[in-house]
Every structure is written in structure tokens, then in C-alpha cells.
Design a protein around this ligand. Structure first.
Ligand code: ADP
Ligand code: MG
Length: 464
């Protein structure tokens, strides 16, 4: 991936948050925006049309400025042109013009790639450049996702072995990646298959549009004539009765003619509510495969691979540190690496713990480094019970001190990823003592009136 593209990828998610518009609106104006060049003083973007350029400049320039400063750590002058403007020869007589148009970046091989994947795969925001990388080869496996990957490969090789295939798991764990891996595999190995990929939201929007315009037949036909239908994030059907109805018919018609259906969701069918019983039964009638959060080893492997892919040099120690801190979401890991790359390549500096902390505090503000968290917890407990931190850590067995210590231990266990042994280390006690403190608090939560509320309040205070 070229540097501008990876900077763009670092910018986009933050830009989306800063703009705060619905995804479809955001994609409308920002979907095809490209970074043409960037220096320490100036960023030049290319908008696909004059209208989009105008809207970006008049409506969104402050969010663009803000995002660049947040992601790169410094402000630049933002310029937006259309490709035509960039291609135009510089005005002739204009000798001393400071505002000269920047020299256009030569068109690379990538040009023209930003089109719809194939005529059967629509959804203008699903761009080839990104999804080309979503392959089985690029999907790193560990115990949390081996089964899902194997199921997807089986279906890609031999559509309809499992029908439907239903992949579920939390956000950022690779479901969309797997869907595209299937598509990419099929494009090479079964080029004659008609494949339709849709985000569920797009499916909904299209259906509504068809219904509003009164022309539903082409919509139905498009979905019913494909060989493979992939719908991403099907949980969005929840509560939408009419769409469920239409989807049921599409589903049944494809299923009966032995066409492959692949669905993803952030939860299993039984937890999509409300969902009609007949759809639930259909979803559960094929193969269910889940993706779980990656364990430490898989996180390490993913960080190494992704850092390698974008050309980021990072020490083993920092790889482990990141794996320790970013536990639940692979998208977040990727976002952090891209930001690190943007930050470090601009300042020609190394990836240090401070840099990692800085980046994580932006992408995941609630994620506090363990050291800082330990301190926060001890201080909060100390203040709440009026017992100083030294006494909490001491061997003193006074009733009030012991009780506060139990709470501190409990909070350390539930609010950090520290092991019993590590917590024992803080209090110079063995792990079974730590365990009994936790049991003590658990028991009190269940049996003592108001105790749970007190613990919750402490937690809230620590998080704030
Ligand atoms: P989901 O659809 O489950 O929310 P995505 O498929 O969008 O998640 O994954 C988020 C990002 O993490 C993507 O860029 C994807 O390539 C990456 N990713 C997820 N799982 C893996 C994996 N096992 N190996 C490599 N990259 C992964
Ligand atoms: Mg997804």
C-alpha cells in the first residue's frame, strides 16, 4: 500500500467520527476522497467531482483540519482539488503566485481500480483497493477464528456444502474480511458465479427505495438471480418486519434453487431480536461459525503481520506491549498501527511506549495503561475508605484496612488484565490470599445491602 493511501486509511475512521454523519452521508461526500500529497505544512486532496469538492470545502473543512491534527499530531493547510484541476497545466503569466497548484502525483497503477468489484457486486463504498487485501492468505489464524476460516474456505471452494453459512462475532474480529476472502477466492476459482455482496443496511435502503418508487421487480430479480449472496451485518434486520419478509422470500428462493447464502452478524441468530421465527430457523439451519476475540499469541501475530504490511518498524517489546493493551478488536489494532506509522514516519521517530500510549488514548480513550490504572484504583480506594496507599499495601490486618484492601484487590482483578500472581506482587501476598479477597468481595456483593452499589460507584469514579 502506498504511503498516502495508508495515511488516508488512518484518517478516515477518525474523520467519520468527527463528521458524525450517517455512514451513507459520510460515504457520499468522503467515500472517494484521495490524498494526493502531504508534507509537514500542506495536505492536498483530490475530490472526484467539483460538487463534492465544493461541499467538502464549504461544509466539512473544519472537521478535516481537526482530524489531520489529531491523527498526525500537527496542523497543515488543507487543499482540495478535482483531478482535472490537478491535471491542468499551471497558469502561464502567473509568475509570483504563491498559491501555485501543487504538482500532481503521477497516476499510479492503482488508478481506475476504485470501481465496483464486479458488475454483480455493488455498494459504492466497497472499494476494490481495500478489499483486494481481504484474502484467506492475509487472514491470520489462531484458536479464536480457525473454525470460521475453515468454514468459509469450504464454502468458497464448494458453494452450498453448508447453506446458509452464518458467521457471527463482535465487531472488528474479521467477519467482513472473511466475506471478501470468499469473494476473492471465488472470483479466481469460479469466475462464472454471479456474486452479490451487500451490507445489510444497503439492502434495506435499496428495498425502501424500490418500495417508495413502486418498482420492486428489478430489486427482487437482482437478488434472486445471483449464485452467491453475501449479506454483511444481518443483525440490522432486527425489528424491520417488512424487510424481513422480503428477505425471507429472497432467502427461500435462493435456498431452494441451491444457491449459496452467507451471512454475518454481530450476534448469533437467537440473539437477533426481534427476528421472525421462520428467519431464525432458516439462519440456524445451516452452519454457524463464530469468531472470538484473539488471544495474546494471535494478537502478536496480527500486529507483526500488519506492521510488516504497512512498513512500520516496531520492536518485539512494543509488539508485546500493544498486544497486551489492545485485546478485543483487530480493527483497533490495525487503526493503532496506521496511526503509529503516520506519526512516526513524519517525525522520523521510533515506536516508543509513549507513542503507543498516545495513539491508544486517541483510538480507545477508556483504555488506560495498566500502571496508570493500578495507581488510579489504589488512590480511589484510599480516598474512599480514608486509608493511605501505604497501609493498603502493608501487612496490617486491622479490620478497616483489610476490608479496603479486599476491595482494591477486587477492583484490580476486574478492571485490569493483571493475573492473581501479579496482583499478589503489588501487595506482597501470594495468589491464594488474593483469591480469597476476591471471594470476600463477591460474597458481599451478593449478601450485603448497598455493597454492590458502593463497588459500582468506585468503578465509575475510577473510569471517569
Ligand atoms: P468485522 O466485520 O468483524 O467487524 P472486519 O472484517 O472489518 O471485522 O475486520 C476489521 C479489520 O481487522 C480488517 O481490516 C481486517 O482485515 C482485520 N482483521 C480481522 N481479523 C483478522 C485476521 N484474523 N487476520 C488479519 N486481519 C484481520
Ligand atoms: Mg464487518
Amino acid at each position: 500500500m502506498d504511503e498516502n493511501q495508508s495515511i488516508m486509511e488512518a484518517l478516515m475512521p477518525v474523520l467519520e467520527t468527527n463528521v458524525g454523519a450517517a455512514p451513507s452521508i459520510f460515504n457520499l461526500w468522503f467515500g472517494e476522497l484521495k490524498l494526493s500529497s502531504i508534507s509537514d505544512t500542506e495536505a492536498v486532496f483530490i475530490a472526484p467531482t467539483a460538487l463534492k469538492k465544493k461541499i467538502l470545502i464549504t461544509k466539512y473543512i473544519s472537521q478535516i483540519n481537526k482530524t489531520i491534527e489529531e491523527v498526525l499530531g500537527f496542523a497543515v493547510d488543507v487543499k482540495i482539488f478535482t483531478q482535472d484541476e490537478l491535471d491542468a497545466p499551471p497558469p502561464e503569466e502567473d509568475d509570483d503566485d504563491d498559491d501555485e497548484l501543487p504538482i500532481p502525483v503521477p497516476k499510479g497503477e492503482d488508478d481506475g481500480k476504485e470501481e465496483i468489484i464486479s458488475e454483480f457486486i455493488s455498494g459504492t463504498s466497497d472499494k476494490a483497493s481495500i478489499v483486494d487485501n481481504y484474502t484467506f492468505e492475509n487472514f491470520v489464524v489462531g484458536s479464536s477464528n480457525t473454525f470460521a476460516k475453515a468454514a468459509c474456505m469450504a464454502v468458497a471452494k464448494d458453494p452450498t456444502v453448508y447453506n446458509p453459512l452464518f458467521i457471527y462475532g463482535n465487531s472488528g474480529l474479521g467477519k467482513t474480511h472473511l466475506l471478501y476472502a470468499i469473494i476473492n477466492y471465488m472470483k479466481h476459482n469460479h469466475p462464472d458465479l454471479k456474486i452479490v455482496y451487500k451490507k445489510c443496511e444497503t439492502f434495506l435502503a435499496e428495498l425502501i427505495e424500490a418500495l417508495q418508487s413502486g418498482v420492486v421487480a428489478p430489486f427482487k430479480e437482482k437478488y434472486r438471480k445471483c449464485d452467491v449472496l453475501l449479506i454483511d451485518d444481518i443483525q440490522f434486520l432486527a425489528g424491520k418486519e417488512m424487510t424481513q419478509e422480503e428477505f425471507f422470500h429472497t432467502f427461500s428462493s435462493l435456498y431452494e434453487s441451491e444457491k449459496q447464502i452467507i451471512l454475518t452478524s454481530d450476534r448469533p441468530p437467537k440473539d437477533i431480536k426481534p427476528l421472525s421465527d421462520r428467519l431464525k430457523t432458516r439462519f440456524e439451519g445451516g452452519l454457524l461459525a463464530d469468531v472470538q476475540p484473539p488471544n495474546f499469541e494471535l494478537r502478536i501475530a496480527i500486529i507483526r503481520k500488519k506492521a510488516d504490511d504497512i512498513g512500520l518498524t516496531i520492536s518485539n517489546e512494543m509488539v508485546e506491549y500493544m498486544a497486551e493493551r489492545l485485546q478485543n478488536n483487530i480493527r483497533q489494532i490495525e487503526g493503532a498501527l496506521k496511526r503509529l506509522y503516520a506519526l512516526c514516519s513524519f517525525t522520523s521517530s521510533e515506536v516508543t511506549k509513549e507513542r503507543v500510549d498516545e495513539v491508544i488514548s486517541i483510538i480507545d480513550p477508556g483504555n488506560i495503561p495498566t500502571d496508570a490504572m493500578i495507581e488510579k484504583i489504589l488512590n480511589a480506594v484510599s480516598k474512599h475508605y480514608g486509608i493511605d496507599v501505604e497501609s493498603l499495601k502493608s501487612k496490617q490486618k486491622t479490620d478497616s484496612i483489610a476490608k479496603a484492601r479486599h476491595v482494591a484487590i477486587y477492583l484490580l482483578r476486574t478492571m485490569t488484565s493483571l493475573t492473581l500472581k501479579e496482583i499478589g506482587g503489588i501487595f506482597d501476598r501470594n495468589h491464594s490470599t488474593v483469591k480469597s479477597s476476591i471471594d470476600y468481595v463477591d460474597l458481599n456483593i451478593k449478601t450485603v445491602n448497598g455493597y454492590e452499589r458502593e463497588i459500582k460507584q468506585l468503578k465509575k469514579q475510577i473510569k471517569s
